[in-house]
Design a protein around this ligand. Sequence first.
Ligand code: GLP
Length: 259
Amino acid sequence: MKVLILPDAAAASDRAAGIIAEFVRREVNPVLGLATGETMRPVYARLVALNDAGQVDFARVTTFNLDEYVGVPADHPASFAAFMHANLFDHVNINPAHINLMAGDAPDPDAEAMRYEAAITAAGGVGLQVLGIGRNGHVAFNEPTSSLASRTRVKTLTEATRRANAAAFAPDPVPRYAITLGIGTILSARRCLLIATGPSKAAAVARMIEGALGADCPATALQMHQQTTVVLDEEAASHLELRDYYETVHPAGAEPRLS
Ligand code: GLP
């Protein structure tokens, strides 16, 4: 894993947006895998600013999202579909026909999960998968004990994850189930970019990067991926034992080229 440690959340968000923009510029048909969550808001805001400034063009971009709550329609304010429109899609020049979202209210969620997995394959796979991390080490909604080879399917959420997402649904309860890309699906992306900021992520981040591969922390599966970049702020990096090493390799998050 390439570990880039930036001074604060703003710098980490800028850096992550820069990596996404660079990917979009370089690819002929960029396929982005996108995440939701508070961590992503400033990253998407920066991408919108780059799009406004004419520095990144979304016209050729195809997107897939990581997950959606079961039983929640796209127009529900707490849906991940609504999040994506409010934070990114409605503000950039993406072709709406290229946006692929899961239908949380599909009558058969298992069939919807299979349809989505097939759609990713039909699009040629994800080129850059953007990820956050849950405090318990989940990625997308692959909760601890998820199969590290799993594909897109319905998962039951942990109570901890439901509590972490309670504000979006209050006063209603958070749904119990979600459709989520599998860990195997995520590992099939050509590149992964995980962003984590703030002290609440420090333990999960340390476990993901330096801990033993294991289903108790699904994010550790990224150790098996050949091209994963992790962008952190200092707080999220604070439990890393080998922090000095990462900062030697990538001073202030830079990516020096070997000459
Ligand atoms: C949810 C999402 C994940 C996200 C995680 C962290 O559980 N399904 O994709 O990474 O929350 O979210 P936040 O950035 O709000 O901490």
